[in-house]
Unconditional design. Structure first.
Length: 305
């Protein structure tokens, strides 16, 4: 068995600010591909706890009618940026699609900043609690610097200059804004249905029973979701601890076992798609056409559980 911690030592040798793209890509694609996916799912779910965000999502009807596609769009575009870099041709195309998707809506800068913060902190929190090892400071800082650069390219204002400052904003924004509303309950329920729909019955029923365990009490209250039963919580803990042990012992085997296509709404994915095809209808146009993708944007996109 290869030294499971060799990559950690390599990452420690890098500068989290100067080398943040390399570090973040390595962390996502090699060290925690499955866990990063789960952390991003929690991030998406938590944004629904903000009434102004849930009202927008509920009002467009996108999560009610096309929840899987919205999820696919987010994962593919983020995967392009992580794998190829935000300054690459494909990274710039992905950022253009993201900006076009947001442009027609009135979204406050603070809401945009909060969503960005969830992409930094929720994967880190998930990994530190459930993955085969905890993140190191180099990885945490690189995620911050990476998404700070992404945020700047999305024209988000008042981006914090320090990791701790951004984390404080994330916590305080949730404390001030998490609130149960009809829209948050509807969108939160749609997300739960989406996440459990990826599995055949009766597995989907077990997944649905354990999904509330991914949220803390504050988030569950803001989404109107009941706490999972005792047996479901036990199943959740046992399953994730077993997964972590297996990841530590046999990462290559787990990658094969846990991999399946993520983008269910794009036939042929992860081959033969254009970035300009990704996103809502209003983001598409011949002026955005680029080269066909010949492979997955990021290995992190294809690791499911």
């Amino acid at each position: 068995m290869r030294n499971r911690y060799a990559t950690v030592e390599y990452l420690r040798s890098l500068d989290p600010k100067a080398d943040h793209e390399t570090i973040h890509r390595t962390s996502c694609d090699r060290e925690f591909p499955w866990d990063y996916g789960r952390g991003l799912e929690v991030a998406i779910w938590r944004t629904c706890c903000i009434p102004s965000i849930s009202e927008l999502l509920d009002g467009t009807g996108e999560f009610a009618r096309r929840a899987q596609k919205r999820y696919d769009d987010t994962r593919i575009l983020l995967g392009e940026i992580v794998h190829h870099g935000y300054a690459s041709e494909r990274g710039r195309q992905a950022l253009r699609q993201i900006n076009l998707a947001h442009r027609r809506y009135s979204i406050s800068n603070d809401d945009m900043l909060y969503v960005l913060s969830t992409f930094v902190f929720e994967p880190i929190r998930w990994i530190d609690r459930w993955a085969w090892r905890r993140t190191i400071e180099t990885e945490r800082l690189s995620a911050f610097y990476f998404y700070r650069e992404v945020g700047a390219r999305m024209n988000i204002q008042d981006l914090p200059s320090e990791y701790t400052e951004f984390e404080r904003f994330n916590v305080e924004y949730e404390r001030a804004n998490f609130r149960l509303t009809p829209s948050s309950a509807r969108v939160g329920a749609a997300v739960m249905r989406l996440y459990s729909s990826w599995y055949p019955r009766p597995v989907s029923d077990l997944v649905a029973a354990t999904l509330p365990c991914r949220l803390d009490a504050t988030a569950r209250q803001a989404l109107g979701i009941q706490r999972a039963s005792g047996p479901a919580r036990a199943l959740h803990r046992i399953g994730l601890h077993a997964h972590a042990r297996a990841e530590r012992a046999a990462p290559a085997l787990m990658a094969r076992l846990m991999t399946r296509p993520t983008a269910r709404t794009y036939p042929g994915y992860p081959r033969g798609y254009r970035i300009s095809d990704i996103g809502p209808e209003h983001t598409r146009g011949p002026h955005q056409e680029g080269p066909l993708a010949l492979g997955p944007a990021s290995s992190a996109e294809n690791h499911e559980g």
